[in-house]
Design a protein. Structure first.
Length: 97
């Protein structure tokens, strides 16, 4: 079983030039999970791509954390619809051919 890797919130925030309170706002909305170990706060490396996406939405589009939550929810729904559409197209091809 693969070991989960973490990155310190302070390191992530320093790299992206953001305050840690943004991460905690995302955590309050249920968008990100913060792990505490030995009085240090960490993020799972595996989920950094999603968090970086949220930070870009926040910074580039000047959205509030609540706005980021709405956009992420809509993007997830679009992705699910696209997957469903692909599944239906595959079924249709099997039925036709």
């Amino acid at each position: 079983m693969e070991e989960t890797k973490y990155i310190a919130i302070s390191t992530f925030c320093q790299y992206h030039h953001i305050e840690s309170k943004l991460i905690f706002s995302f955590q309050e909305l249920g968008l990100v999970e913060v792990v505490e170990e030995e009085s240090e706060l960490y993020l799972e490396e595996e989920k950094l791509g999603q968090l970086e996406r949220m930070v870009r939405l926040y910074k580039d589009l000047e959205l509030s954390p609540n706005g980021v939550e709405i956009v992420i929810d809509l993007l997830n729904k679009i992705e699910k619809l696209q997957e469903d559409n692909l599944t239906l197209k595959r079924r249709l091809r099997k039925w036709e051919g």
